[in-house]
Design a protein around this ligand. Structure first.
Ligand code: CDT
Length: 331
């Protein structure tokens, strides 16, 4: 019998700066209700789903930004979301800003801030936690930018790697599930680390501005969506997995977010795509048996990978210039 799971990307329209979490949670519960009516078993919400994308706002004192973070999950404000999901027996993925009091790499317990996502099972258990590894943007106020992108100011680099968990979801005894957050999807290394753990379904949320505000040159707005889809479709194809990629969309605090949430199959095909910039649920039935073809043929890692040739991937961060060719007799 085929292993089919019905999934949804629960795209959120904009959440303005002044909007409280209770409004966002109420909107998410409405999407969960729709999901329940459509027989969905797993719902993926966006990155930083409870508030505006606050890294566009500068706070000189980082502690002033703490109001954007969740010191507990679930909290009083998010408990209704957990309750609704449990009532319907639906699993969900939720992105949020996390405050954790835990030891750093020197062993000192301190307050730490991460861009985090959790995967919650149909009975309300937290199955997996992921903290964003690839943090885009900058740490200091940049007067040249028209919009700030201060993820490097507010968050530490995630310290949980790219974990994959096999857990029950919907009617299936076990699905191999992993997570990414936004910018991670642009890095093939992240996909491959998940692929090397036999991931079948990647849940990822994102907040991608429609315009490149880095003032580093012109980038046509339609390419923002193209690059997002290109990265996700390539990641799915090359690692023989499905992805549910969910955006925050529309004009938030005067800044446009690109939307275009998608669900992608292991052939790299888009099988569902959002058509609005509002709250919108897109769904697909994912036959996980379709992961087998890629991973037993072109991408049978055990037969075809050549890690001995990939040293630079983990030894180097930036690129180095290549050797310059010289005529053999001039050597
Ligand atoms: N949230 C997030 O990671 N956004 C980034 C914007 C960077 S601009 C290319 C993203 O990769 O979509």
């Amino acid at each position: 019998m085929s292993r089919i799971v019905t999934v949804a990307a629960a795209q959120l329209g904009p959440i303005q700066k002044a909007e409280p979490r209770s409004i966002a949670v109420a909107r998410m519960i409405r999407l969960l209700e729709q999901a329940h009516r459509r027989g969905v078993e797993l719902v993926v919400f966006p990155e930083l789903a409870l508030t505006t994308f606050f890294p566009r706002h500068y706070h000189q004192d980082i502690a002033e930004a703490d109001s954007w973070f969740e010191p507990a999950m679930p909290s009083n404000e998010t408990a209704p979301l957990f309750e609704a999901a449990r009532r319907y027996g639906i699993g969900f993925h939720l992105g949020f800003a996390e405050i954790a009091h835990e030891a750093d790499e020197t062993g000192v317990v301190r307050k730490r801030r991460f861009n985090t996502a959790i995967l919650v099972g149909p009975r309300g258990d937290v199955l997996l936690k992921y903290r964003k590894v690839h943090l885009p943007g900058h740490a200091e106020y940049d007067p040249k930018r028209t919009v700030q992108h201060l993820e490097k100011r507010y968050f530490e680099v995630g310290n949980l790697g790219f974990p994959v968990i096999r857990a029950p979801m919907g009617s299936l005894d076990g699905i191999n599930m992993g997570m990414m957050i936004c910018n991670d999807r642009r890095w093939p290394e992240a996909w491959r680390v998940l692929g090397l753990q036999s991931v079948e379904l990647v849940a990822l949320g994102y907040n991608t501005p429609s315009h490149n505000t880095e003032a580093g040159g012109f980038e046509a707005p339609h390419l923002r969506v193209f690059h997002s889809h290109l990265s996700i479709q390539a990641g799915c194809y090359q690692n023989a997995c499905f992805a549910v990629a969910t955006a925050k969309a529309g004009t938030e605090d005067g800044c446009e977010l690109a939307g275009h949430s998608i669900i992608v199959n292991p052939q790299g095909e888009i099988i569902a795509m959002a058509a609005t910039w509002d709250d919108e649920l897109i769904t697909a039935d994912c036959n996980l048996d379709l992961c087998t073809l890629g991973r037993t043929t072109v991408f049978a890692f055990d037969r075809h990978r050549r890690p001995e040739a990939y040293g630079r991937i983990v030894e180097q961060v930036g690129s180095v210039p290549p050797e310059t060719w010289k005529k053999p007799d001039a050597r």
